[in-house]
Ligand binder design. Structure first.
Ligand code: UDP
Ligand code: MG
Length: 319
C-alpha cells in the first residue's frame, strides 16, 4: 500500500557544482544508496555553476531519465548563487545542501534525517570533526577570520560547513531573503534556529582540486565580515578618536617648543606623522569602501544568477 508522504517528509538534496565530472557519478550512486535507508521521499537538484567540462552532459542525462532535476547557469556565478538557485527549486519539505566533491559524505544523510525527524530541530548541521589538509596559508587565514567573526558575532564558524539539513520553514525563509551577497552557512548560523549537530571527518578530495582560489577566499572573507558585522566601521571611528587625542598632544608639544624658542627635531617626526596618518586614512577609506561596495551590489537589484537550462521532473524536458 502506498504511503502518503506529508510535506515534512519530503527531502530535496541541493548539490551546487563546478567542473566535477569525475566526482558526480560516484556522488549520484552514493546518494541513491543513502536514500534507500531514509524514510522519506528524496529528490536531487543539481546546479551546474557554469562548468566547462562534461559535468552538464552527465546530470542532464540523469535528469532526462527522471532521476533528478538539473539547472545550468549561463556562466560561473559562485557557489552561494548556486545554493540559492537550488533552494528556490525545493517544492516543499526539507532540503539538504551538500558539495559535489564527496568531501560531504552522503552516508551520513540517514543520520541527519533521523536527527531531524526525532527532534524539533529546524536545522541539522554536519560539522567537521577533522579536516582534510588545507594549505598553511589558507588554514591560518581561515582561523584568523573565524576568530574575528567569533569575537564580533559570538558565532563559532570553525568546524561549520555548508553541509546541512534545513527544515521547510528555513528553506522558505532563505528563499524570501532579498539579500543577494550572502554567506550561506553564516546566514543559517545567524538566525539561530533550533539546531542539532552531526559530526563527520572530511575526507581528502578524490578527484579534481578545490575550486577556491586565494582571491575567491579573500572575497568570501570580506563578504562574511561585511555581511554580519559593522564592527570594522566602529574600529575606524575609534582610530580617528585616538588620532584626535594624539594630534592634540602633538600640537601642544609643537607650540611649547615654538614659544620656548626650540625647533621641533628634524624630518623624522614629520615623516612618521605623515606615514601614520596616511596609512590610517587609507585603511579607513578601504574599510568604508568595502561596505559601500556591498551596498552598491545590493541596490543594483541585479539577479544573483542567470539560468541557461532547467530539466525538471514534471516535463523531463529542457526549458
Ligand atoms: N563550487 C561551485 N561554484 C564555484 C566553486 C565551487 O558550485 O564557483 C562547488 C564545487 O563544485 C563543490 C563545492 O562548491 O561542489 C565546494 O567546492 P570546493 O570543494 O572547491 O571547496 P572546498 O571543499 O575546498 O571548500
Ligand atoms: Mg571540497
Amino acid at each position: 500500500m502506498a504511503v502518503e508522504m506529508s510535506d515534512q517528509q519530503r527531502l530535496t538534496v541541493v548539490v551546487p557544482f563546478f567542473n566535477e565530472m569525475d566526482s558526480l557519478p560516484l556522488l549520484h550512486e552514493e546518494l541513491h544508496k543513502a536514500f534507500s535507508s531514509v524514510s522519506c521521499s528524496c529528490w536531487i537538484v543539481y546546479v551546474d555553476d557554469g562548468s566547462s567540462d562534461t559535468s552538464w552532459e552527465l546530470v542532464s542525462r540523469w535528469a532526462l531519465n527522471g532521476e533528478c532535476e538539473a539547472i545550468r547557469f549561463v556562466r560561473n556565478f559562485g557557489k552561494e548563487a548556486a545554493i540559492r538557485a537550488g533552494l528556490q527549486e525545493v517544492p516543499e519539505g526539507a532540503a539538504v545542501v551538500m558539495d559535489a566533491d564527496m568531501q560531504h559524505p552522503p552516508e551520513i544523510l540517514p543520520k541527519m534525517v533521523s536527527e531531524w525527524m526525532q527532534s524539533d530541530a529546524w536545522v541539522v548541521e554536519a560539522r567537521k570533526a577533522g579536516s582534510a589538509r588545507r594549505g598553511l596559508f589558507n588554514e591560518l587565514g581561515a582561523r584568523c577570520v573565524y576568530y574575528f567573526m567569533y569575537l564580533v558575532t559570538g558565532i563559532h564558524f570553525d568546524g561549520r560547513s555548508d553541509f546541512c539539513l534545513l527544515d521547510a520553514k528555513v528553506v522558505s525563509l532563505i528563499n524570501q531573503m532579498p539579500e543577494k551577497v550572502t554567506f550561506f552557512r553564516g546566514v543559517v548560523s545567524w538566525f539561530g534556529f533550533p539546531a542539532k549537530q552531526v559530526y563527520f571527518e572530511v575526507p581528502e578530495r578524490k578527484y579534481g582540486s578545490s575550486k577556491w582560489s586565494f582571491v575567491k577566499l579573500v572575497n568570501l572573507a570580506i563578504d562574511m565580515i561585511t555581511g554580519f558585522t559593522t564592527i570594522p566601521l566602529s574600529i575606524v571611528t575609534c582610530f580617528s578618536f585616538l588620532f584626535l587625542c594624539f594630534s592634540g598632544v602633538l600640537i601642544l608639544h609643537t607650540l611649547y617648543m615654538f614659544f620656548s624658542g626650540q625647533a621641533v627635531e628634524g624630518f623624522t617626526t614629520v615623516i612618521i606623522c605623515i606615514l601614520l596618518v596616511g596609512s590610517v586614512l587609507a585603511g579607513g577609506m578601504g574599510i568604508l569602501g568595502q561596505y559601500l561596495a556591498r551596498i552598491y551590489e545590493e541596490v543594483k537589484k541585479r539577479p544573483m544568477f542567470a539560468v541557461r537550462e532547467v530539466i525538471r521532473k514534471s516535463s523531463n524536458k529542457a526549458s
